[in-house]
Design a protein around this ligand. Structure first.
Ligand SMILES: [Zn+2]
Length: 92
């Protein structure tokens, strides 16, 4: 039985069985296109959290180049914004 639902992100109507649940906003169903964006945003968020943790712990990996790693965080945040998401919403 067909059951179209609106994508939580773009509002496009899609078959329920061709939607996937957002990794960032549990319970929100996305069309495949929005899901792939959502998924790459999630990866970037995870990366930022990892880098932030290394900076917080002053890990040997980041010690020599803290500014470079902070710049990397800002680049990732910018990429997230360009994908239409607010990084601050998922980071703190
Ligand atoms: Zn969509």
């Amino acid at each position: 039985m067909e059951m179209p639902v609106p994508c939580s992100k773009c509002g496009e109507w899609v078959e329920l069985n061709s939607t996937r649940e957002s990794e960032l906003n549990k319970g929100k169903m996305l069309c495949l296109e929005c899901y792939s964006t959502d998924d790459s945003v999630k990866d970037k968020i995870e990366e930022i959290k990892d880098i932030q943790l290394m900076l917080d712990n002053n890990d040997p990996e980041v010690r020599g180049d803290r500014r470079g790693w902070k710049r990397k965080i800002n680049e990732l945040k910018q990429e997230i914004i360009e994908l239409g998401y607010d990084p601050e919403e998922y980071l703190y």
